[in-house]
Design a protein around this ligand. Structure first.
Ligand code: SAH
Length: 251
């Protein structure tokens, strides 16, 4: 059996109880060493074999899983944040299915949630935005043309850019081709939930300059949108005059 586990954004106590239990019971752990906090490996039992997938190919990862399975062992595949975002898990799952190896998934706290927590931000603010676009800048990894940052920026909604903090000049240019302006609020969140976490507010027009000034190039998220500004409306849900399934509105 292979358990795909979300490690959370960095702080070791931000893994789920289920994820932690899988780590404690694993015979083999393959962790994404570029971003997963190695402190999580302290939960592994004695004799657990640990592999850093940052130094491995897909084929090598699969070979370790296959060998473990053949020996009746349990493997944990530990991915940063939540594995469903930029986790490259589908190719592993399909390969396991083709080999008849059972697997399951345990979600994790994605870095975009940890970044909001670090800023005390809410992506879905009444009167501002009710949608979040999660995307990335095209780089060495392609992005479908219809999903270019400029195309996504046409919506002007809350946006989170993964894997793009090394390309802030390009990000800024693309965002300005859409509905955002030079003054649209933005933020950079570096290593959310790690001890070295850094949060910097700026605007779309100053993204690149802010990144340079603070030396933020990787392991950071770019957040963009009016949700980082001061204006919003109060919620209907908690409005005294609004009737819900649980509460009668007062006139
Ligand atoms: N599955 C992960 C994302 C993996 S892609 C998740 O759900 O968070 C790797 C990118 O995620 C990094 O380049 C960076 O943009 C972002 N990232 C991961 N951990 C982060 C953290 N603690 N703080 C800020 N950004 C982070």
């Amino acid at each position: 059996m292979v358990h795909f586990v979300g490690a959370g954004p960095g702080a070791p106590d931000l893994i789920t109880l289920r994820g932690w239990e899988h780590i404690r019971e694993a015979d083999v752990i393959i962790y994404a060493g570029s971003l997963v906090n190695p402190a999580l490996l302290k939960g592994a039992k004695e004799g657990c074999a640990v592999y850093n997938s940052a130094e491995m190919t897909l084929e090598e990862v699969l070979a370790v899983m296959e060998q473990a399975e053949g020996a009746g062992k349990t493997t944990v595949r530990l991915h940063t944040g939540d594995p469903c975002l930029y986790g490259a898990i589908r190719e592993q799952m399909d390969a396991l299915a083709a080999r008849g190896i059972l697997y399951d998934g345990t979600p994790g706290v994605s870095s975009f949630c940890a970044a909001a927590a670090a800023l005390g931000a809410e992506y879905t603010l009444p009167g501002v935005s009710q949608s979040v676009i999660i995307t990335r800048m095209v780089g060495r990894t392609p992005v479908p043309e219809r999903e270019s940052v400029a195309a996504m920026a046409a919506h002007g909604t809350s946006m989170v850019l993964f894997l793009s903090s090394g390309l802030l000049e390009e990000v800024q240019g693309e965002l300005l081709k859409g509905a955002y302006t030079q003054d649209t609020p933005a933020a950079l969140v570096y290593k959310a939930s790690w001890p070295e976490e850094k949060t910097v507010y700026c605007t779309v027009g100053t993204l690149a300059e802010t990144g340079r000034a603070h030396g933020i190039q990787k392991t950071a998220l770019v957040l963009v949108g009016g949700f980082l500004g001061a204006e919003y409306q109060r919620s209907k849900l908690y409005d005294p005059q609004f009737t819900t399934g649980y509460r009668e509105g007062r006139q």
